[in-house]
Unconditional design. Structure first.
Length: 377
């Protein structure tokens, strides 16, 4: 298996349509596909126009402003003779001027309409869905790793998770009715990257990080570049079935906080939202119910099928993805590593009964205040 090889195991599509083109994953996936000379046409679709910078990045790709709930999407697919559809427009939270009902309508009804059009279109041969690991939920009864055949131990609390489960079900139904269409579902682990907002990376790099007493979540993350590479691989190569997509390894929440040089503030669950908002600030409201559950329990994914069948190998492990985020955002440590080293040396000296204990302890107590005042929140 060659890292980054996107050509093995499948026939390169001729005309690709990507939904959600105004968002990060959809827009940058269009950019990648448009740079592939083997693809004749790339059609980007969204109800909202992408930014000027994103439009420039898309290059030769054609943008069509259309709502997938509108019959116009059927006309676009038929007239362009689309053979591959990538659905990446599922909303993670309700739009600013909308409600949960509006979010469900855009997510579920939109997907139903899109899949119905794909089912009727004779040229469509592949549909790829960008799903997420939120379908497994998060609870204290979770296994160490979820395989693709497993389901949530309890009903996921958030609308995004429930919508994702419904959308996956509708796509599988379409695949049963049109067995000639290859159906690929990619369940992406929580993404991390400097271009994204309200991610695990932003949470653990807050100056004071609220956590639940008695809980230490297992974090398994996916670098945004790996997410794009996996979607591109599924679009161009062979992708039939459901795949967990995640970086290798897990990082405990407490470990991630220490690695970022932040201060962990454990608290009872009842105070997590209220006190947590006071510590983290207004950004706490940006996190979805699924993300808050993830900060409490975490979730591990089995990625055997990703490697053996999809033949995809992420470039970043979970730890490397977290470190890359902290480097890119220029995270400055509140608790410096040299302070920890000095404290450890002092403790070792005290336990050893050395006469230098007092001096070492004094060094620790007189840490420079300049390091604290220079921290950017």
């Amino acid at each position: 298996m060659v890292e980054g090889d996107n050509t093995s195991g499948g026939t390169t599509p001729r005309v690709v349509l990507v939904t959600g083109a105004s968002r990060f994953l959809g827009g940058y996936l269009v950019t990648r596909l448009a740079q592939n000379p083997s693809i004749e046409r790339v059609i980007a679709v969204d109800a909202v126009s992408p930014s000027k910078d994103m439009m420039r990045r898309m290059g030769r790709a054609e943008f069509v402003r259309a709502d997938i709930r509108n019959p116009l999407i059927g006309k676009v697919i038929r007239n362009a003779e689309v053979d591959t559809v990538v659905h990446a427009s599922t909303l993670q939270k309700a739009p600013k001027a909308g409600s949960r009902a509006a979010m469900k309508d855009m997510n579920v009804i939109g997907a139903m309409q899109l899949f119905a059009v794909c089912q009727k279109a004779p040229t469509v041969r592949k549909v790829v869905l960008r799903s997420a690991s939120v379908v497994y939920g998060c609870s204290a009864k979770d296994p160490a790793q979820f395989t693709e055949e497993m389901s949530a131990r309890r009903r996921p609390p958030g609308g995004y998770a429930r919508d994702s489960l419904e959308i996956e079900g509708y796509l599988r139904g379409m695949g049963r009715r049109r067995p000639d269409i290859s159906v690929g579902i990619l369940r992406l682990a929580p993404l991390i990257g400097p271009q994204l907002t309200a991610t695990v990376g932003h949470y653990v790099t807050a100056p004071l990080v609220p956590t639940i007493v008695g809980r230490n979540a297992r974090l398994q993350l996916l670098h945004v570049e790996d997410a794009l590479a996996a979607l591109e691989k599924a679009t161009i190569g062979h992708a039939s079935g459901t795949y967990n997509i995640a970086g290798d390894g897990v990082v405990m929440m407490s470990q991630a906080i220490r690695r970022a040089g932040r201060v962990e503030v454990p608290m009872p669950l009842a105070l997590f939202r209220s006190v947590g908002s006071a510590l983290v600030g207004s950004s706490m409201r940006l996190y979805t119910d699924e993300q808050l559950e993830y900060f409490r329990f975490g979730c591990g994914l089995d990625t055997t099928r990703m490697r053996s069948e999809l033949e995809f190998e992420p470039r970043w492990t979970t730890m490397q993805a977290l470190d890359d985020f902290m480097r890119a955002t220029q995270t400055r440590r509140i608790i410096k590593s040299e302070w920890i080293d000095r404290a450890e040396n002092a403790l070792t000296t005290i336990l050893g009964g050395d006469s230098a204990a007092a001096t070492a302890s004094a060094d620790v107590m007189h840490m420079p205040l300049s390091g604290r005042s220079a921290v950017k929140g």
